[in-house]
Ligand binder design. Structure first.
Ligand SMILES: [Zn+2]
Length: 273
């Protein structure tokens, strides 16, 4: 599943090909994905210029003068930039044509979304899907304090609070496991029992782990362009994620797996207390 780094790398990949360009056609090949596509989307966007791209959590935004197109990649979606004729394949559901360039949304499992937020409905951050999102981890300058303050009365395990996304967005399963490992915090620790000093460490690791993933993914930017480039989400070297039974890269103990909120958590019982 694409997490924040993949979405940010996707944004950077498409940005040079869509920003400043005028939409010439919107092609929708089904009624919708997770939700129905907006009515009259072609008429709404045709001859309109994409002013900028941005991202909020895992939502990609194409910003126009009269509103924003909200794209969510869901479980399996990806965007590519094509030029020339490329007959759509089975899972190619949406094309945004911008003159010579074509941004194609492919989503085999169809959990993705394409929605429209008109400017007259107010600030994009008031949209139903965006308004209760936590802070952006890479833009937040007081992440440790926010984590500490927001968890004073919360006895849920820290890992589950990170995943919930209402304090901080974009720390999905992989990055929650990895940052807790680097911060030396056991994933089942009650959030309210973690000291300010340990939250300082955790905040640093969340930002470092996410930034490193974006940087690593940046090397696959060329895959966003071209017909056959299977964009696939980038593979990284993890310290604990998906490494049950393997040796900890730091201490040699076996990495363990537990289930928290129906998600697998990987951790080292010696490095994380
Ligand atoms: Zn270890």
């Amino acid at each position: 599943m694409p997490e924040l780094p993949e979405v940010e790398v996707t944004r950077r990949g498409i940005a040079p090909h869509v920003e400043g360009r005028v939409v010439t056609e919107v092609i929708l090949r089904r009624e919708g994905l997770r939700w129905p596509f907006p009515d009259g989307l072609d008429a709404l966007l045709r001859k309109r210029r994409v002013l900028s791209t941005s991202r909020r959590g895992k939502y990609l935004l194409l910003n126009f003068e009269h509103g924003s197109l909200i794209i969510h990649l869901g479980m399996s979606g990806h965007l590519r930039i094509l030029s020339g004729a490329h007959p759509p394949q089975k899972h190619d559901h949406v094309d945004l044509v911008l003159g010579e360039a074509r941004m194609r949304f492919t989503d085999p499992r169809r959990f993705g979304a394409v929605l429209w937020h008109a400017k007259e409905e107010g600030d994009i951050n008031t949209h139903l899907l965006l308004r209760s999102l936590g802070v952006e981890p890479l833009e937040c300058t007081d992440l440790a304090q926010r984590l500490y303050r927001a968890t004073r009365s919360r006895s849920a395990p820290i890992k589950q609070l990170l995943l919930a996304g209402d304090i901080v967005v974009g720390v999905g399963n992989i990055y929650a496991c990895e940052s807790l490992f680097h911060a030396g915090i056991h994933p089942a620790t009650a959030a309210r029992r973690i000291s300010p000093a340990r939250y300082e460490k955790l905040a640093v690791e969340i930002q470092r782990v996410l930034a490193a993933a974006i940087e690593q993914g940046g090397s696959s930017l060329r895959d966003f362009i071209g017909a056959d480039g299977q964009t696939g989400y980038f593979q990284q070297t993890y310290f604990v994620y998906d490494r049950e039974g393997e040796s900890c890269r730091q201490c040699g103990s076996l990495i363990r797996r537990i289930v928290q909120g129906q998600r697998s958590t990987f951790y080292c019982g010696r490095c994380q207390r």
